[in-house]
Design a protein. Structure first.
Length: 140
């Protein structure tokens, strides 16, 4: 995913809406900062907090979770589960010294390629300002 001096963002995208939004952004050749990688999931609710912590532990500067808009989830209420889970995880991250701004949950529909590009660019800009995540600091 690049060098340690470049921001790294992992974007978890639901299969039905946000992944299609990412595809729309790519098809339209929208300008998107290249320092992200997509992991396709069936639903935003399927993203276990352990996966997010693993992304951080493996060098991600930030994690972006994108799902269907509330009320439009193909699994009825998956995005509401993701919303509750991320709110709880943000509090937990703060206890580990990880800025909650490094984790973002948002909604992108299949026809919102521009919104996908905007959210990725904003997330990368945010983590660039925060700098790399240093989880392996020595305690003296």
């Amino acid at each position: 995913m690049g060098t340690d001096s470049e921001p790294k963002v992992v974007a978890f995208c639901c299969n039905w809406c946000s992944y299609a939004g990412a595809d729309a952004a790519g098809t339209a050749r929208m300008k998107i900062n290249p320092h992200f990688r997509i992991i396709r999931t069936m639903c935003s609710s399927r993203i276990d907090p352990e996966l997010i912590l693993e992304a951080f532990s493996k060098g991600a500067w930030g994690v972006l979770i994108l799902g269907c808009h509330p009320g439009d989830c193909h699994y009825k209420n998956g995005n509401y589960k993701a919303l509750r889970r991320v709110a709880l995880l943000k509090r937990t991250l703060a206890q580990f010294g990880i800025e909650p701004e490094r984790l973002r949950l948002d909604w992108v529909s299949a026809n919102e390629g521009g919104r996908f590009a905007q959210l990725v660019n904003e997330t990368i800009e945010t983590v660039q300002k925060l700098g790399p995540l240093n989880l392996h600091q020595e305690v003296t």
